[in-house]
Design a protein around this ligand. Structure first.
Ligand code: KIV
Ligand code: ZN
Length: 551
């Protein structure tokens, strides 16, 4: 890298708009959405989608709720043309869905594009030519005036062919490609030249799409450019101003949001931000950002996992694990304090029925987009007791008492540390079983019987102590008190039961109940034990032995 980048790169020249209005506005409704997945996605894929993959993705987009779908560049190849024809001839688009097609300002391409649309119910013809200084100089070698003429000629060739699309409701769209790198005054000039040809009216508007073809500045600059056009273009009320952002500086979503504040009403983008280079606007993120603020996005991502599955299969792309809303890890907390806060937040949400979602670390309820709470917490070496307890409870119905959570948490963490990876709920259960339930040394239960008379419980227990059979008998006001008494009689150092709880295990478990017991020794030290049995009395006896075995 250069020590002094200013020798090679220059700052972006901002738009002069000191009285900009957009910073004071808020978004209150969803824009008109247009998916360009079937175009940009296809252009930018190592292996382009075949017709059946495009059909499947098209149907998915319709199901999500897109009413405008750019289906391709029909004049670019036979596959693209055939795909468009199939959609039209097989009546695959619902009556309220516009099929959008992209075309450059060349007569032969426009001819073929119009041909591809015959019989369509609703069609958007999207014409574009590039307008920025670099494109004018390097690619076309044309003056501003010549670039304007290219646009006007293209617009005229389209207008002349419209009678061929009788029976089709046609909407016209123009994009000054590389708009964000174009002088706003010139972008306005070209756009108005196209408007002169198409003569849009408030009743029959045209779409003016203003692309951030390559992100060259901060999103506030794009917003200024959009507001400048909205305020300075002629016949604004005959236009639907549309945004088409890319993500070169990683601000495609931000630029679109600010562009909407600046006055645009339509947005082009793709699922998960697929597209050329760093991709297009990620429509899923923008829609769910609106949703997070209580705005109906008018797109349905209730089953996001299945959309991801279709998208990945059709495009061969993958959704990264940290992709907003969609990534595998975005509703997952590894840090103990986050886990604890999420747990408390989810409990408050479930139990107290708060009016509005306000759970720490979770921007929206994962369940709203088909995710499960169970995904929220995973356990690795940085997790706290909260995560461990959550997984045991949510996956196996094992409700560890708080104090036992504090004892088992570090034990589990040490083991996870040793493994050096994330562990599953099943692995945590195994750890718990090894540490508490399966301990059989020095004490092991052979049999335990009780009888009760006049409020006094007498017990007889047959135990193995380091493999030697040992019988003990004791009495007390309950089976556990009798057992503790019996231990005392055979010379086991004095201890008492400090805490006790039990609960049934969820169905399907090998045993019906689990008991947790904390014993306190004469020196004040405490130890937890746990026991599982179909008989709750035996489960608690096993829990006492488990605590002694761990002492
Ligand atoms: O990024 C872009 O400028 C485009 C145009 C064709 C709209 O994709
Ligand atoms: Zn683009």
């Amino acid at each position: 890298m250069l020590k002094d980048p200013s020798k090679k790169y220059r700052p972006f020249r901002p738009v002069n708009l000191p009285d900009r209005q957009w910073p004071g506005r808020v978004l209150t409704r969803a824009p008109i959405w247009c998916s360009v997945d079937l175009r940009d996605g296809n252009q930018a894929l190592a292996v382009p989608m075949n017709v059946s993959q495009k059909l499947e993705l098209f149907q998915t987009l319709v199901k999500i709720g897109f009413k405008e779908i750019e289906v391709g560049f029909p004049s670019a190849s036979n596959t693209e043309f055939t795909f468009n024809r199939r959609l039209i001839e097989e009546r695959r688009a619902p009556d309220d869905v516009w099929l959008q097609v992209l075309v450059q300002a060349r007569e032969d391409l426009i001819e073929r594009t119009v041909e591809s649309l015959v019989g369509a119910r609703k069609a958007v013809i999207h014409l574009y030519n590039s307008t920025s200084p670099a494109q004018r100089r390097v690619v076309f070698g044309m003056s501003k005036e010549q670039i304007s003429q290219v646009a006007v000629r293209g617009a005229t060739w389209i207008r002349e062919r419209l009678p061929r699309l009788k029976g089709t409701e046609v909407m016209l769209q123009y994009s000054p490609e590389s708009f964000s790198a174009t002088e706003v005054e010139f972008a306005r000039e070209v756009s108005e030249a196209v408007m002169d040809v198409w003569q849009p009216t408030p009743q029959r508007k045209m779409i003016l799409n203003l692309p951030d073809t390559v992100e060259v500045a901060m999103p506030n600059v794009y917003a200024d450019q959009i507001e400048w056009i909205c305020r300075n273009i002629r016949n604004r009320d005959s236009l639907i101003v549309s945004l088409h952002t890319h993500n070169d500086r990683c601000t495609g979503v931000a630029a679109t949001e600010l562009g909407l504040l600046a006055g645009a009403e339509r947005v082009e983008g793709t699922l998960f931000g697929n597209g050329e280079r760093t991709g297009n606007l990620d429509i899923v993120t923008l829609a769910l950002n609106l949703y997070q603020h209580g705005i109906d996005p008018k797109l349905d991502f209730a089953n996001l996992n299945s959309i991801i599955e279709i998208y990945e299969r059709c495009t061969g792309m993958t959704v990264p694990p940290r992709q907003p809303y969609a990534g595998e890890l975005v509703f997952t907390a590894f840090s103990g304090s986050h886990q604890d806060a999420i747990r408390k937040g989810l409990n408050e949400w479930k139990e107290n029925g708060r009016e509005c979602w306000d759970v720490p670390y979770l921007t929206i309820d994962p369940a709203d987009i088909g995710r499960e709470y169970r995904e929220v917490i995973r356990v690795n070496s940085q997790s706290g007791k909260g995560g461990v307890a959550y997984l045991l409870e949510s996956e196996f119905g094992i409700e560890l008492p708080k104090d036992l959570q504090r004892e088992f948490g570090p034990i589990a963490n040490d083991e996870v540390d040793r493994l050096g990876r994330e562990v599953s709920g099943a692995e945590l259960k195994q750890m718990f079983w090894r540490e508490y339930i399966e301990r059989a040394s020095p004490w092991q239960l052979q049999s335990f019987r009780t009888e009760s008379r006049n409020g006094v419980v007498r017990c007889r227990a047959k135990l193995l102590h380091d493999g030697q059979v040992m019988e003990l008998a004791g009495e007390g006001n309950g089976p556990l008190a009798a057992l503790v008494h019996g231990f005392g009689r055979v010379g086991v150092p004095r201890f008492e039961i400090a805490a006790y709880s039990e609960h049934a295990l969820s169905s399907g478990e090998e045993a019906a109940a689990i008991a947790y017991i904390q014993v306190r020794h004469a020196d004040g030290k405490t130890r937890w034990g746990a026991g599982v049995d179909t008989n709750i009395e035996l489960a608690s006896v096993r829990a006492v032995l488990s605590a002694l075995n761990r002492s």
